[in-house]
Design a protein around this ligand. Structure first.
Ligand code: HPA
Ligand code: MG
Length: 208
């Protein structure tokens, strides 16, 4: 493909949190701002353009993987809507939502269940090994879609990767735990705009 590799985020990347606005209730918890909100939106705008460029004219169902994907999903669709309104090409889009529960985190024969109802389930918010996404794709095949494309804001560089690569990727990040922009630690930090790294003592504080 002619498309460049996704934005590469280095191990030592990030900014002093005092240079940005952090909600007061999280001020003590954040170690540093890893990917500022503005940068997320700028990269998302370009992903929207790339996606629209590759898209046919047939009806698209945009499927959001909750909960961690909801911010990215909404912002990506907003950018796509702008292109749909102002470009030569326009495609009808409907939306749907799934939540995924992953079992046996370390098992190579991963089982997942797709659920529609609310419960406190342990979903995966980021593509790490890629196994959850592979399992979801296998389930989606039951519905016989014409084509399926996967868009992920983040992928992690980890030696545990199954080699799975989404069709569109915003950022490639090191193997660190990140929160914010709908990504959580025990349900906290989804209400933080920037993608951030936590302090160790914050992981203790919000431990369950
Ligand atoms: N942050 C939040 N949720 C996650 C992560 C992460 O780094 N990796 C997998 N789920
Ligand atoms: Mg989570």
């Amino acid at each position: 493909s002619l498309r460049p590799s996704p934005c590469f985020i280095h191990e030592e990347s990030g900014y002093n949190k005092n240079l940005f606005c952090i909600p007061k209730h999280y001020e003590e918890d954040v170690e540093r701002v890893f990917i500022p909100h503005g940068l997320i939106l700028d990269r998302t705008e370009r992903l929207a353009r790339d996606i629209m460029h590759d898209m046919g004219s047939h009806h698209v169902v945009a499927l959001c993987v909750l909960k961690g994907g909801y911010k990215f999903f909404a912002d990506l669709l907003d950018h796509i809507k702008v292109l749909n309104q102002n470009g030569d090409k326009s495609v009808p889009i409907t939306v749907d939502f799934v939540r995924i529960k992953s079992y046996c985190r370390d098992s190579p024969t991963k089982k997942i269940s797709i659920i529609g109802e609310l419960s406190t389930l342990n979903g995966k918010d980021i593509i790490e090994t890629g196994r959850t996404m592979k399992a979801l794709l296998a389930k989606l095949r039951d519905y016989k879609p014409k084509t399926v494309k996967v868009v992920s804001l983040l992928v992690k560089r980890t030696h545990q990767s199954s080699g799975y690569r989404p069709d569109y990727v915003g950022f490639e990040i090191p193997d660190k735990f990140v929160v914010g922009y709908a990504l959580d630690y025990n349900e906290y930090f989804r209400d933080l705009n920037h993608i951030c790294i936590l302090k160790e003592k914050a992981k203790e504080k919000y431990k369950i």
